[in-house]
Design a protein around this ligand. Structure first.
Ligand code: GAL
Length: 416
């Protein structure tokens, strides 16, 4: 090679290097509240994305805090400030529709659903939750169950009690355990976990149809049945630990694993935590039952990802959504998360004992949506309802709480 040839060769090599960097470039920012010890399922999904799109730099933006209480506030600032993440975690249902779709901040994903064939593999109930104004607005990755009571089988045996089937029985079991020196038979955590408990006691009190009527505006919060639900919730709270406000849901779950408390009412991300994070075995390390008075009802919620208008890395975000909605993506994520796939064609052999039982109930139970986790109520309701719960727990004034909840429901346009 002479000097000119060498120069030419170098120039071609440089140009190639530029081209290959350009092909490798690309960025994707996804936003969620799955951090720390509740991150493994999301981490596995990101790993899969990186395998498929090795050149893309994935920014995993998380804001810690169960149920997204902190993340949702940060998301709001970013969305309103015009710097949305490329895709973000949002609950299917009113949290998505009543907050971001009505504000015209999301892209309609109907054509993506058609292209990926998702209309055929997602249950109609789930599609209904993400549909409004003639569009489909997010991609559900899972179905979680909210109405689960977790316990430690060996400890219950040692205490001589069995999982109570009704709330009345629960109160009896609670008294029995207290008499045996268990200071707090029930463990609850920070405010949203108390709302979670409230929802479970209320559904047990009203039954699935009553709960549906409440969110359809057909049953008022001031109705004696709902007031009774608040009273029942107050009695159940008397059974709980006094340091609730300082505990995360994981710390509350730890008290079941270590046998400090007998029961925790929590969604089935607790199954993910027990098995994936704590490496406990189902039926020995932890046990479960439907929350009292809700056998035959599956209180559902679904995590989904949407595409905000103005996403900077739209192509990468669409590839992320394709993965989230795929069979491979869902069967990678959900066995670690404690949830079941939103898709009906998932491979159950990949799932643990708990999830298999949830999948069976999902097929046969009556399905209702969770309020705390965004299915039946908009953010404007759920974010303010926490204050009503705090006040109620302090005062135990059921009539007052019911009246305040009805005012809030009117302001949030529930049933309108
Ligand atoms: C729920 C969410 C679950 C889990 C849980 C605890 O709202 O749907 O996936 O993250 O909060 O943080």
């Amino acid at each position: 090679m002479n000097r000119i040839q060498i120069k030419k060769a170098l120039l071609i090599a440089a140009a190639l290097a530029v081209t290959s960097t350009a092909a490798a470039a690309g960025k994707l920012e996804i936003f969620s509240w799955w951090s720390g010890d509740e991150a493994p399922a999301k981490d596995a999904l990101i790993k899969l994305y990186k395998q498929k799109y090795p050149g893309v730099d994935v920014i995993d933006a998380t804001v810690a805090g169960g149920a997204g209480t902190n993340a949702k506030a940060v998301l709001k600032t970013r969305m309103l400030g015009g710097t949305p993440p490329d895709s973000f975690q949002v609950h299917a249902g009113q949290e998505l529709i009543g907050t971001w779709v009505v504000a015209n901040r999301m892209e309609d994903l109907s054509s993506l659903f058609k292209a990926e064939g998702w209309n055929k593999v997602l249950p109609q109930d789930v599609i209904d939750l993400i549909s409004a104004k003639g569009g489909i607005w997010s991609v559900p990755v899972n179905v979680h169950r909210s109405n689960v009571m977790w316990y430690n089988p060996a400890k219950l045996k040692a205490w001589g009690v069995t999982p109570p089937k009704t709330w009345a029985e629960f109160l009896g079991t609670c008294a029995k355990l207290k008499a045996k020196g268990v200071a707090a038979p029930l463990v609850v955590g920070e405010n949203w976990t108390q709302q979670h408990l409230w929802e479970n006691v209320m559904i047990g009190t009203l039954g699935p149809q009553g709960w549906r009527d409440l969110w359809a505006g057909k049953l008022k919060f001031t109705d004696p049945r709902v007031v009774q639900g608040f009273t029942n919730f107050g009695k159940v709270m008397d059974c709980a630990n006094k340091d609730a406000s300082g505990l995360s849901w994981q710390q509350a779950s730890d008290r079941i694993a270590d046998g400090t408390s007998a029961f925790n009412i929590m969604g089935d991300w607790a199954a993910g935590y027990f098995t994936t994070t704590k490496k406990l075995a189902p039926n020995t390390g932890f046990g479960w039952a439907p929350t009292p008075d809700t056998r035959g009802t599956f209180v559902m919620l679904a995590d989904s990802f949407g595409l905000p208008k103005g996403a900077k890395d739209r192509t990468e975000a669409i590839n992320w959504l394709k993965l989230v909605g795929s069979k491979q993506g869902q069967d990678t994520f959900n066995p670690l998360k404690g949830s079941i796939a939103a898709r009906t064609d998932s491979d159950l052999s990949k799932y643990g004992t708990y999830s298999k039982s949830a999948a069976a109930d999902w097929k046969t139970n009556k399905i209702v949506g969770s309020m705390v986790h965004g299915a039946v109520a908009p953010e404007s309701f759920t974010s303010a309802f926490g204050a009503i719960i705090d006040q109620f727990v302090a005062s135990k004034n059921a009539q007052g709480a019911a009246a305040a909840a009805q005012q809030l429901a009117d302001r949030a346009g529930i049933g309108k």
